[in-house]
Unconditional design. Structure first.
Length: 92
């Protein structure tokens, strides 16, 4: 065996040889090498092959939430400032 090669085992559900680090996912119905978890939001298993892409998706989603939260906060603050100024100039 070469350095870094993994042995194989047999998945009785898939009826095929898979890597030893593979786990059969009950949601997908397939074996995933280096299985970490099944992501319900992406509807796929996260494992060795797509771990980097999972973190990119997670990071971009978090960035979008932060940016939209900042925009919403700015709009709310602007609304209340304009409302307070309008109330102050009405002479009421």
């Amino acid at each position: 065996e070469k350095a870094g090669d993994e042995g194989t085992s047999y998945c009785w559900i898939c009826c095929t040889d898979v890597r030893e680090s593979s786990v059969h996912c009950q949601f997908c119905g397939k074996c995933t090498a280096g299985f970490d978890h099944h992501c319900l939001y992406l509807n796929t298993c996260v494992g060795k092959a797509n771990y980097q892409y999972f973190f990119w998706a997670l990071g971009s989603t978090l960035s979008m939430v932060i940016v939209r939260g900042g925009i919403l906060s700015g709009l709310v603050i602007t609304f209340f400032i304009q409302y307070a100024q309008a109330e102050g100039t009405d002479g009421g």
